[in-house]
Design a protein around this ligand. Structure first.
Ligand code: PMP
Length: 358
């Protein structure tokens, strides 16, 4: 039986998608082999790859002047690829620091150019997103980098920043969870292993006019213009992850697309935060307007109860509720593939646990 999986990533995938993959795993569409065994340059695989891109474009309403790249290396490799592609010598890139993932992006970018940390919510222990009025942006910055959803802190922007420089966003843990206006961004990137598909694939959605000026010495595999020119197939792409992500895109379309997902995601978040706030036993420290739709960290009234909470929740079929190793506490990631019933089951468990231990 499949349990409810609250892992932050690799994360739950829709059961219907896994079952479909299972039916076509050993032999894909009567071709005598699995999709994993096919040449990435075969007409069959190219068809799968193109359809995945077309479905993603339609789900996110990606304008025609954006390239969609299916890459490897995780979101972390993009921490380097972004400055290599967009930050020329003599320019400055602005970064907003809202927690652990933006810090990692900042540290990596500093290896390749000049970085200005335009704002930080460190003084507020990363419990809120700095208001845009407080940002100290650089005139003629190469780009402004933000992390709209901090997966570990559970902190989410409640606004799309307005910037003169191209806006670059790490959407790893919020992509496809709610509609966004892609045209407001110069570049969007996301590791697949949360709301897209299996680990091993990374999406980059980039405005055409921003590519083609990579720093000299940029590896070809990290050069957006080279990848775009070669259909993300300079070398062998992660074919199975690409295929499975395509199945997730089809599943999302069947659910009614990203607008329908947002409605369910909002319901899920309301149920969980609503209970935490009135429980008197659990707590979430994030400013209400900046609470993440996808990642809900929480603490127990007594940290000594954490071990028992994890053991008993696992026995109840509620998996992976431990917070990130760097912060501790609990965290429930409630991505698209975690159904409302899963969140309700979690809250029922939390009620009972608080009653026994409160
Ligand atoms: N950015 C964010 C917001 C993340 O949540 C993660 C992974 N948890 C990363 C970047 C790094 O992703 P990857 O492991 O794919 O490099």
């Amino acid at each position: 039986m499949r349990a409810y999986n609250f892992c932050a990533g690799p994360a739950a995938l829709p059961t219907a998608v896994l079952e479909r993959a299972q039916t076509e795993l050993a032999e894909w569409h009567g071709k005598g082999m699995s999709i994993m065994e096919m040449s990435h340059r075969s007409a069959d695989f190219v068809g799968v790859a193109d359809k995945a891109e077309a479905d993603l474009r339609s789900l996110m309403a990606i304008p025609d002047n954006y390239k969609v790249l299916f890459l490897q290396g995780g979101a972390s490799l993009q921490f380097s690829a972004i400055p290599l592609n967009l930050l020329a010598a003599g320019q400055t890139a602005d970064y907003v620091d809202t927690g652990i993932w933006s810090q990692k992006a900042i540290e990596e970018a500093q290896r390749f150019g000049t970085v200005n940390v335009a704002a930080s919510s460190k003084a507020d222990q990363y419990h809120s997103v700095p208001a845009q009025g407080e940002w100290k942006l650089t005139k003629n910055a190469a780009y402004v980098h933000v992390t709209p959803n901090e997966t570990i802190g559970g902190l989410m922007y409640d606004f799309v920043p307005e910037t003169d420089a191209p806006l670059v966003a790490d959407l790893s843990s919020i992509i496809l969870a709610e509609p966004i206006d892609v045209s407001k961004f110069g570049l969007i990137y996301a590791g697949a292993q949360k709301n897209i598909g299996p680990a091993g694939l990374t999406l980059v959605i980039v405005r055409e006019d921003l590519i083609g000026n990579a720093q000299s010495g940029t590896p070809a595999l990290m050069d957006y213009a080279a990848q775009a020119k070669n259909g993300s197939m300079i070398n062998t792409p992660p074919t199975f992850a690409w295929y499975l992500s395509g199945l997730v895109f089809e599943w999302l379309q069947e659910q009614g697309g990203v607008t329908a997902m947002q409605r369910i995601n909002q319901q899920k978040a309301n149920v969980l935060y609503g209970y935490i706030d009135q429980s008197g036993f659990y707590a979430n420290p994030i400013r209400t307007a900046n609470r993440s739709l996808m990642n809900v960290p929480f603490t127990l009234a007594d940290a000594a109860l954490e071990k028992a909470f994890l053991k008993e929740s696992e026995a109840a079929g509620l998996l992976n509720l431990a917070g990130h190793r760097s912060v501790g506490g609990m965290r429930a990631s409630i991505y698209n593939a975690v159904p409302l019933e899963g969140v309700q089951a979690l809250v029922d468990f939390m009620i009972e646990f608080a009653r026994k231990n409160g």
